[in-house]
Ligand binder design. Structure first.
Ligand code: 5GP
Ligand code: MG
Ligand code: MG
Length: 183
């Protein structure tokens, strides 16, 4: 679906799918350069990063493999619960591998800080992070991010993999929700 199909539920579109794809092409060019002679493993964080992973990986020209982790941080609402749990672990042994974590959005960075600490203990050859979106609070997180798609204002957004109560992940753009949807 695109924003015109559910326009009554959205306040405004922050980034269109065309803008997202153009930015991903630029980031992919940087990643291609960095991993040219390396064996790259993309680690997608389910469920939100599904769209980023699908699109970023297809912009890349280096050889790569993909694996997935599922981590819970938020419940069905818009507030961070502070509780982080591994719901699904990697199937790949990442020891000695060049790992690039692919994230949908970083807000407090709480989820990512936990994830990075966990992955570090498995002794990868390198460990970097790419995120499609970043909220202002993430700037005060100690976690270093190598590639950022777009910086967002401090508003709850949906689309391009990001949900509200499980919905709107299939919106191709990224938009803010109208208050009547969640009140
Ligand atoms: P953090 O731990 O960085 O605060 O939260 C990261 C996770 O919270 C993301 O992977 C995503 O699931 C969720 N999240 C944070 N901000 C937003 C937002 O604006 N919209 C949606 N749909 N999810 C968000
Ligand atoms: Mg995420
Ligand atoms: Mg969510």
């Amino acid at each position: 679906m695109d924003a015109t199909q559910i326009s009554s539920e959205l306040t405004r579109v922050l980034y269109t799918n065309d803008q997202i794809q153009a930015r991903l092409a630029d980031i992919a060019a940087e990643i291609d350069e960095e991993y040219r002679d390396k064996d790259l493993l993309l680690v997608g964080v389910l469920n939100g990063a599904v769209m980023v992973m699908a699109d970023l990986s297809r912009h890349l020209t280096v050889h790569l493999q993909m694996d997935w982790m599922a981590i819970s941080s938020y419940g069905s609402g818009t507030q961070s619960s502070g509780v982080v749990r591994i719901l699904k672990d990697l199937t790949t042994d990442i020891e000695g591998r060049h790992v690039l974590v692919v994230e949908d959005i970083i807000d407090t960075g709480l989820t990512l800080a936990y994830l990075i600490q966990n992955l570090h203990s498995r002794k990868p050859a390198s460990l970097k992070i790419m995120t499609m979106f970043r909220k202002p609070e993430a700037l005060s997180s100690p976690v270093e991010v190598s590639h950022v798609g777009f910086d967002l204002p401090n508003e709850f957004v949906v689309g391009y993999g990001l949900d509200y109560a499980g919905r709107y992940r299939n919106l191709v753009d990224v938009a803010t929700l109208a208050p009547h949807v969640y009140s």
